[in-house]
Design a protein around this ligand. Structure first.
Ligand code: SF4
Ligand code: SF4
Ligand code: SF4
Length: 326
C-alpha cells in the first residue's frame, strides 16, 4: 500500500499535468530532522520534493496572497482546507482558483516535544499511526505518537477536510471528544487568577516580534492595527498594557474566523500558549451560535449575519443590571 507521501506526489503530478493548477503548495523536509517547511512546486518533475509531513506546523494557506492570479492546489488537511474556506468567504481567494487536495489527517507532531527528547535529534521516523522512533545522540527512543502530537491536533474537531476537490485515501485521526479541556481549566479559575494567568503566561513573556501574526493565514490586512501610526491604536513597546491590548485585539479579530491550525503558536519563539485565547472565542461561537469557522464557502461569516433567535443576554444583562432596569 502506498504511503501518504507517495499518494500526494502522484496526485500533485496529475494536477499539474492536467492543468488543474499551475502551482502546488505543500510541505518538504526542513533543515532539521524535526522541521518541515512549506514549499511550492511548479512542474510534475518537482513533485518528488513533496512529503506528507510529521511537522507541518505552518499553514500553507498563508502564502496564497503571494500567488494571486495563479490557480493553486493546496495539500489540505482539515485546518488548511478550513483556512482557505474562510479566505473564500472573505473575498480574499476565489474558490475556483484553488484546488484542494484533501488529506485525511493523522495529526502533526510538536517539534518542541521531539526536540526535548535528546541533546541532538538525528532522525525521526513516524508511522503516522501509533509510534514515533526518535534517534538522538544518546540513543533511540520509541514514543507513543499521541504523546508527541501538537495540542491543536489533540483538540482537532475536523481532521478530515470538510471541503475539498479531491480526497486522498487514508485514515484520519478521530475528531477530539474534548476540544476545550485546556480552555475549561482556565475558565474554572477565579477572574483574578485568569487575569494573572494572562499576564504571566502571555503578556510578560511576549517580545512583540509578531511572528504569530505573520504566520496566521487569516491575518492578512495590508496594514495591521499594531503598525498603524495615524492613529496609533497601540504603543510599540513591551509596555504590559500595549502587549495585553495587542493579544486581546488580535484574538477578537480572529473571533468566528480562526480555524485552530496552530501556526501562530508554532511560530512563537517564546513558546507562549496563545492559541488558548482564540480557542476560548471558538468555544463561545460554538456554544452561543452553533458556529464553526471554515466549513462552507457559501455560508455567511459569523459576524456578518444574525438570526432573530440569536442569544443577546450576554451583551445587555450586565449593563441593564447596572442601570437597575432588570
Ligand atoms: S489541526 Fe487537525 S487538520 Fe490540522 S494538522 Fe492537526 S489534526 Fe490535522
Ligand atoms: S489565529 Fe493561529 S490558530 Fe487561528 S487561524 Fe491564525 S494561525 Fe491558525
Ligand atoms: S510570536 Fe510570541 S513573542 Fe512574538 S508577538 Fe506573538 S506571542 Fe509575542
Amino acid at each position: 500500500m502506498s504511503t501518504l507521501t507517495e499518494k500526494i506526489r502522484e496526485a500533485a503530478q496529475k494536477v499539474l499535468a492536467e492543468g488543474l493548477a499551475e502551482v502546488v503548495l505543500g510541505y518538504t523536509q526542513g533543515s532539521l530532522p524535526y522541521r518541515n517547511r512549506v514549499t511550492a512546486v511548479n512542474t510534475p518533475e518537482e513533485t518528488s520534493r513533496l512529503i506528507w509531513p510529521s511537522f507541518g506546523v505552518l499553514n500553507p494557506a498563508n502564502v496564497l496572497h503571494k500567488l494571486k492570479g495563479k490557480k493553486v492546489a493546496l495539500i489540505s488537511p482539515g485546518c488548511v482546507s478550513r483556512a482557505v474556506v474562510v479566505l473564500c468567504q472573505e473575498g480574499q481567494v476565489k474558490r475556483d482558483e484553488v484546488y484542494l487536495l484533501g488529506v485525511p489527517c493523522p495529526g502533526m507532531l510538536d517539534p518542541s516535544k521531539v526536540r526535548d527528547l535528546g541533546k541532538k535529534i538525528l532522525r525521526v521516523e513516524d508511522d503516522f499511526k501509533e509510534k514515533v522512533l526518535v534517534v538522538t545522540s544518546e540513543g533511540e527512543k520509541i514514543v507513543a505518537r499521541e504523546e508527541l502530537l501538537r495540542q491543536n491536533c489533540l483538540e482537532c474537531r475536523h481532521p478530515t477536510p470538510p471541503v475539498y476537490d479531491e480526497l486522498l485515501e487514508g485514515e484520519a485521526r478521530k475528531p477530539s471528544p474534548s476540544p476545550y479541556q485546556k480552555v475549561e481549566e482556565i475558565e474554572a479559575r477565579e477572574v483574578s487568577a485568569r487575569w494573572q494567568w494572562f499576564q504571566e503566561a502571555v503578556v510578560s513573556r511576549c517580545i512583540r516580534c509578531y511572528a504569530c501574526r505573520n504566520a496566521c493565514p487569516l491575518c492578512y490586512c495590508p496594514t495591521c492595527f499594531v503598525d498603524d501610526s495615524r492613529p496609533q491604536w497601540v504603543g510599540k513597546t513591551r509596555d504590559p498594557v500595549d502587549t495585553a491590548l495587542y493579544h486581546l485585539v488580535r484574538a477578537y479579530h480572529l473571533a468566528g474566523r480562526c480555524v485552530d491550525c496552530g501556526s501562530c503558536e508554532a511560530a512563537c519563539p517564546m513558546d507562549i500558549p496563545l492559541r488558548l485565547l482564540t480557542k476560548k472565542l471558538e468555544k463561545e461561537a460554538l456554544s452561543a451560535f452553533s458556529f464553526e469557522s471554515g466549513l462552507d464557502p457559501e455560508a455567511p461569516l459569523l459576524l456578518t449575519t444574525f438570526r432573530e433567535e440569536d442569544p443577546e443576554d450576554f451583551m445587555i444583562t450586565q449593563e441593564l443590571k447596572a442601570l437597575g432596569k432588570i
